[in-house]
Write a protein that binds this ligand. Sequence first.
Ligand code: HEC
Length: 136
Amino acid sequence: MIRHVLVASAILAFSAGAAIAQPKIEKGPIKPVAASDAPLMFSTYCAVCHGKEGKGNGPAAAALAKVPADLTRISARNGGKFPDVRVRRYIEGLDEVAAHGTRDMPMWGGLFNALSRDTAQLRVAALADYVKSLQQ
Ligand code: HEC
């Protein structure tokens, strides 16, 4: 059974082995990339599951119990309106699903806080804005 539970100081990393049919998820220390660089944060923290373009087809997707959401269609799924607050809370890990410990996605609020308390909120907001910019 693949484990993808996180501890506060770790994020998931995907190691591409020769056997592509057997995706393997490994935990690693969270990489401190600039809070001002949203595209870099997305490719560093999110693309492993959601894919470079946010479509939900990252290399680790096959190893997860749930399919990572297609982040380019959040507005489309919400009657054409991007739910800013809900997305921020979701990324942070304050939503109800996270509270009950049943979601596959890491709770980034705590992970970013461990990097630096000063920029954690900034990171979440920048990532939410970036996801907004991906809407189709
Ligand atoms: C370990 C894989 C994984 C990583 C890494 C990950 N996510 Fe997710 N994400 C998921 C999964 C799976 C879901 C679907 C819901 C769930 O957790 O079961 C999801 C759902 C979401 C949603 C909710 C979409 C909706 O329709 O409401 C948002 C927003 C999101 N992710 C943003 C991000 C951002 C931003 C990052 C990077 C900071 C990120 N995710 C990193 C796996 C991941």
